[in-house]
Design a protein around this ligand. Structure first.
Ligand SMILES: Cc1cc2nc3c(=O)[nH]c(=O)nc-3n(C[C@H](O)[C@H](O)[C@H](O)COP(=O)(O)O)c2cc1C
Length: 341
């Protein structure tokens, strides 16, 4: 009999998870998504071995506030003992609501150490990792985030799901693409649906979810216990608000005005800069460019903004860019052009 400890899943109507996205879903971004209605969040992955080495910067990566709970910390690695030891240290120090094991990262630097999606090809090691982590942190649920398989010829989410469940994992998130697909192509929802139907532990579906219609379809047509939203939230963190409103009322909420979107972007940028461990990063915005580019990607004229961001050095430059952009797109034009980039 599996005792599921994730009571926050059953308490939520249909939980919306913010996907972990390395370099983007920092604590300030998570706070923003939480405010807009994201129910559950997971930190971007941190290397178990680096936690054990005592790399202090990692604690900044996994930092979270009480209001962000339920909050998971995601780890990656290939050594069962180190994964267990790192989980123990994380639980002792910051007490997350769950420890999530990364079995989906496709990057060579991760797979070459037999971590991330490489573990899909090595179920024996993966089973040992899950069992070690589960016994190292007996009072904290352990969960897994996987892809459906390494490539089209080796789709094995069923097998991995069964191992996860039998070794004591409490939840499985499935990104419906193979490692070989990277982030391209369609997510394979039939595989996610079949695995969700076979397991007793909750399965969270993930892959290209971008609207309330997508969520409704998954809710009605699969056994997924919730959904996880990734890239669609990066450029538009209000997606959680829109989906919740739409599921509740069947309508779309009033769009967020352009000045408010910019206020949010600037506020976010300023907060992240000031939180950085490096004093230089408090003043120089350049290191923030990828994050700001992601956040402005869904704005009208985003390509031009991207070019202009190349000239932005201080936060005041970003404010000026925002003012010019707002002036250029009057409210009327903005709403008309929301979907034309
Ligand atoms: C920039 C970026 C960084 C990511 N970092 C992580 C990570 O640290 N851990 C993880 O499990 N998945 C990571 N992912 C994968 C996402 O969590 C998610 O599974 C994937 O983007 C598919 O969801 P989507 O189609 O809604 O974007 C990352 C994805 C992106 C685009």
């Amino acid at each position: 009999m599996i005792e599921i400890m994730l009571d926050w899943i059953s308490k939520s109507q249909y939980p919306l998870f913010l996907a972990p996205m390395a370099r983007f879903t920092d604590t300030v971004f998570r706070q923003l998504c939480k405010k807009q209605g994201a129910d559950v969040m997971v930190t971007e992955f941190v290397q178990a071995d680096a936690i054990i080495r005592g790399d202090d910067r990692l604690w900044e990566t996994v930092d979270f506030t009480e209001s962000q709970r339920p909050m998971g910390v995601q780890i990656f690695g290939s050594e069962p003992t180190n994964m267990a030891e790192a989980s123990k240290r994380i639980v002792q120090k910051i007490k997350p609501d769950f420890i999530d094991i990364n079995c989906g990262c496709p990057a060579d630097r991760i797979t070459s150490m037999n971590a991330g999606s490489s573990l899909l090809k090595d179920p024996a090691t993966l089973g040992k990792i899950i069992a070690s982590v589960v016994s190292a942190v007996p009072n904290t649920p352990v969960t897994l985030k996987i892809r459906i398989g390494w490539d089209d010829r080796s789709i094995n989410a069923h097998e991995i799901g069964a191992i996860a469940e039998s070794e004591g994992a409490q939840m499985l998130t499935i990104h419906g693409r193979t490692k070989a697909q990277g982030y391209q192509g369609d997510a394979n929802w039939p595989v996610i649906t079949a695995v969700a139907s076979n397991l007793k532990i909750p399965v969270i579906g993930n892959g290209s979810i971008a609207s309330a219609e997508d969520v409704l379809k998954i809710k009605n047509e699969t056994n997924c216990a919730g959904v996880m939203i990734g890239r669609a939230a990066l450029g538009y963190p209000w997606i959680f608000r829109d989906i919740k409103y739409s599921l509740r009322t069947g309508k779309m909420p009033k769009p967020i005005s352009l000045p408010e979107r910019w206020r949010t972007i600037i506020d976010y940028t300023e907060k992240v800069m000031l939180r950085s461990y490096s004093k230089e990063r408090h003043l120089d915005i350049k290191w923030m460019r990828p994050k700001v580019i992601a956040l402005t990607k869904e704005l009208p004229g985003s390509r031009k903004i991207r070019t202009e961001l190349g000239k932005v050095i201080q936060i005041d430059d970003l404010r000026k860019l925002a003012d010019l952009h707002i002036q250029h797109f009057s409210e009327h034009n903005y709403f008309k052009s929301r979907n034309q980039k």
